[in-house]
Design a protein around this ligand. Structure first.
Ligand code: IMP
Length: 430
């Protein structure tokens, strides 16, 4: 049994889609364990580009099972549309290759309305959310007012729970935010359509994952977002409402921590972040602009331009330690071609003191000055590199120093968007 978790080490958008897709070739099950359609993975397969939001990337491989685990929040409208779009493009999706946890919570129209209302309220704290209702859906889960995928299998019970939950929501929407009331009947009508479309896929995914693990099948856990967006360990409150860390794998899919055999940390060769919040190595200049354009750093889900900056080893080291990352996958190294110099932040200076961790207080993080090591840039086209030895010595020096600073080894380097534009230094699932 080899079970590998793929975790974003930064603020998300590390290029997990491509790496998960590559690793899927050796896996039997691919499991999403947190987040929702705030995530977006772009996959390039030959001439085709797929943008996935909820369905695990494994779906593009016909003989794999894609699992949406209990820790995911599902917008049924988005999921149904995504399934239909994939089918239109010839991707086979059946109850055999897509399983939805009966315990996964649903994102309902009032979650989206509340997310939008809060983000625009004059008295609130703007987080820069994706506006997909993620936070309010997780709040309902924690306050035990949520509706789950399994509730779609009993529409009378669904209605009862909905009617109870919506009272408070409508009060907030109308009285506090001056928005329109949402009628429960309209949701009940929609739920009939959702149930018809999704019921065949709803299953006890805990049993499926346990059985796979016990029978020596290989499981790939596909993370969304990144460690600095973790609700407990990220740059709170500018975080998402789930745990994209390795702890979240166990909770959000239903597997014992000891059964996660390897953790692969995804590191973009520079840093990006969307939404609000401090970002010590941000480049608000021509270099940041160049990285954004060359790296096509615009959100898959929202189209928002991403803020770009230098690689931050303090952030990556925190992820390595917190998540038990033994291997790194470096992505988008090709984007850095043509820059005269490259920089890695090795530590920060906060109020005159050297620190090598991400402070919990965001006002401290906002004050933290990154201290950089500078490297010579490289000018060569590296998209054809297929081994570490093929890389220019400047690029290798940059990667070697990163591994030294964070304490993990390189398993893979992505040098372009295509599946074959990849250097493999370590193979999983052998
Ligand atoms: P939410 O997840 O929509 O509530 O957004 C909360 C924060 O997480 C915002 O800063 C978002 O931009 C960020 N976020 C959520 N999902 C992603 C992602 O997939 N990539 C990068 N940032 C994300």
């Amino acid at each position: 049994m080899t079970n590998v978790a793929v975790i974003g080490t930064q603020w998300g958008d590390e290029g997990k889609g491509k790496v998960v897709d590559l690793l899927t070739q050796g896996a039997n099950l691919v499991v999403r364990f947190q987040g929702g359609n705030n995530a977006g993975h772009t996959l390039v397969v030959g001439d085709d580009t797929y943008a996935l939001h909820l369905v695990p990337s494994g779906i593009l491989h016909p003989d794999k099972t894609a699992v949406i685990g209990s820790g995911v929040v599902i917008d049924p409208v988005v999921l149904i549309e995504e399934i239909e779009n994939l089918r239109k493009r010839g991707v086979a999706i059946t109850p055999d290759n897509l399983k939805i946890s009966e315990k996964a919570h649903l994102i309902l129209p009032y979650h989206k309305a509340l997310d939008a209302a809060r983000e625009s309220a004059s008295f609130g704290q703007k987080i820069g959310t994706t506006g997909r209702g993620i936070g309010p859906a997780y709040e309902d889960k924690a306050s035990r007012l949520g509706l789950r995928a399994g509730d779609l299998l009993d529409l009378d019970g669904f209605k009862e729970k909905l009617v109870r939950a919506i009272v408070e929501k409508n009060h907030l929407l109308t009285t506090l935010y001056g928005q329109a009331k949402i009628e429960p009947d309209s949701i009940v009508q929609s739920a009939k359509i959702w149930a018809a479309a999704l019921s065949p896929f709803i299953a006890n995914t805990f049993l499926i994952i346990q059985k796979a693990s016990k029978t020596g099948r290989h499981i790939l856990f596909e993370g969304a977002q990144g460690v600095q967006l973790d609700i407990d360990h990220g740059t709170y409150p500018f975080v998402t409402s789930s745990n994209p860390t390795t702890g979240g794998v166990a909770v959000g899919s239903g597997i014992a921590p000891r059964d996660i055999s390897s953790v692969l940390g995804l590191v973009k060769a520079y840093t990006s972040r969307v939404g609000e919040g401090p970002f010590p190595t941000e480049l608000v200049n021509d270099i940041g602009e160049k990285i954004r354009n060359v790296g096509r750093e615009f959100g898959t889900t929202t189209g928002r331009p991403r803020r770009c900056g230098w690689l931050d080893a303090v952030v990556v080291k925190a992820a390595v330690e917190l998540c038990g990352i033994d291997w790194l996958a470096i992505t988008k190294l090709d984007v850095l071609k043509g820059l005269d110099e490259l920089k890695i932040a090795t530590h920060y200076v906060l109020e005159g003191e050297k620190i090598d961790y991400v402070p919990a207080s965001i006002s401290d993080l906002a004050k933290a000055e990154p201290v950089y090591e500078t490297f010579k840039g490289f000018d060569q086209d590296i998209t054809g590199a297929r081994s570490l030895a093929d890389l220019p010595k400047e690029a290798r020096a940059y990667l070697d120093r990163l591994t030294e600073l964070v304490g993990a080894k390189i398993a893979l380097v992505s040098v372009g968007p295509e599946r074959n534009q990849t250097i493999f230094a370590h193979r999983f699932f052998q």
